[in-house]
Design a protein around this ligand. Structure first.
Ligand SMILES: Cc1ncc(COP(=O)(O)O)c(C=O)c1O
Length: 396
């Protein structure tokens, strides 16, 4: 049976437009095929090549490719030396992995509330949460807007903390003309298919600190100090496991895809920004729809385009607006359920509703609209049309 729109008529779209989608072209496919025909499927020359290309792209000295953004966060926590009893400050408005990585290492994630306009970690809230056990801050560049790194850096320096950027949303963005990836002591990226570039699954950490980088290279390879290529070059079988590590390696197949995708990044980010401009212009005229604020010292990478509904102006809940947009063929989503709401965090760390009022109030009103570079102008117009239609229908 065909889907019925909110007014019982025809929906804006017949097929659901997803909120995010990869863009794979023939060059990507050929790049992967080439690796399949080569001698190295994993931990070969494509890993170095991808790491170098990524370093050039974000202006970092060191890059460490790993198997996911989550592995990248874990490796970052390992590099910092997070262990039992250590506290790391994290925003609640992010994906759970931003906080989970602290727990992987036996540490305690301490949430600090976000700025109500951008939903980025609020430096004043961070400072209020620092204790003698605090070792690091993880700032999440939520939706693709860089956090206020000057303010966070000042706090990190004052209290001798390591500053980590969960930049999984922000590849291709910048802060005060400096590229995301060069802003914190450790910067973490994800190459999941909805992100700016994809390797299927994959992640990267960038840093200017060669000791951090070396620790993470060992960590991604079981805690073993050499990889099989180095041993082959040395004509040696000997290796030592010096610490407990994981198999967090990214394959040559994936790195070949990453190299090919990275070439498209500037154009794709520009297209995301263009879509955002169209949304901004359209929604400025729609009462009850409030896009997130963007500071003028950033170039926003728009992994996500998030609107906040003014529910006082609507005769509907967020869930009803969400369902109505889905019925119109618009694949809306919600980013994020605040991390401290999850049963694991409530039960293990005692967090409760009410602990972070700004993130919680925002969560009740958030909807992510489709945002990916391959959207056509017609797709963008469909989203705008559907939002206008649903909001007009529910207007008080
Ligand atoms: C902010 C943030 N951090 C970390 C991750 C984890 O990345 P991955 O899915 O590559 O493990 C994601 C991915 O969804 C994310 O959005």
């Amino acid at each position: 049976m065909d889907r019925l729109a909110i007014d019982g008529g025809k929906p804006v779209r017949k097929n659901l437009l997803p909120y995010g989608h990869q863009w794979i072209d023939e060059a990507d496919i050929q790049a992967v095929i080439e690796v399949l025909r080569s001698d190295w499927l994993t931990t070969g020359p494509k890993v170095d090549e991808f790491e170098r290309a990524f370093a050039d792209c974000v202006g970092a000295r060191e890059t460490v490719a790993v198997s996911s953004g989550t592995a990248a966060l874990h490796a970052a926590m390992y590099a910092v030396g997070i262990g039992l009893g250590d506290e790391v400050i994290v925003p609640p408005m992010t994906f759970a992995a931003s906080a989970n990585c602290v727990v992987f290492q036996g540490g305690t994630p301490v949430f600090a509330d976000v700025d109500p306009d951008t939903l980025l970690l609020d430096p004043a809230q961070v400072e209020a949460k620092i204790t003698p056990r605090t070792k690091a801050i993880i700032a999440a560049d939520y939706t693709g807007q860089a956090c206020d790194y000057d303010a966070l850096r000042a706090i990190a320096d004052r209290y001798d903390l390591t500053l980590v950027a969960d930049a999984c949303h922000a590849l291709g963005g910048s802060y005060k003309e400096c590229p995301v990836g060069s802003l914190a002591d450790l910067n973490v990226f994800s190459f999941h298919p909805v992100k700016h570039i994809t390797t299927g699954e994959g992640g990267m950490i960038t840093t200017d600190d060669s000791e951090f980088a070396q620790r993470m290279r060992v960590f991604r390879n079981h805690g073993i100090t050499t990889d099989h290529r180095q041993r082959e070059q040395q004509g040696s079988w000997f290796y030592e496991m010096v610490d407990l590590g994981y198999n967090y390696r990214l394959t040559d197949l994936q790195c070949a895809l990453g190299i090919s995708q990275l070439r498209e990044l500037p154009g794709w980010v520009a297209r995301r920004q263009e879509i955002a401009r169209r949304y901004d212009t359209a929604f400025a005229e729609v009462p009850g729809v409030d896009p997130l604020s963007v500071r003028d010292d950033v170039s926003h990478a728009y992994h996500l385009y998030v609107i906040r509904l003014d529910l006082t102006q609507l005769r509907a809940t967020r869930a009803e607006v969400f369902a109505a947009l889905r019925a119109e063929g618009i694949g809306v989503n919600v980013h994020y359920i605040p991390v401290h709401y999850h049963p694991y965090y409530r039960e293990r760390f005692g967090y409760r509703r009410g602990d972070f009022p700004r993130a919680e109030a925002a969560y009740e009103r958030l909807i992510s609209l489709p945002m990916f570079p391959r959207m056509s102008d017609e797709d963008v117009e469909d989203v705008i049309k559907a939002v206008r239609k649903v909001v007009a229908y529910y207007q008080r």
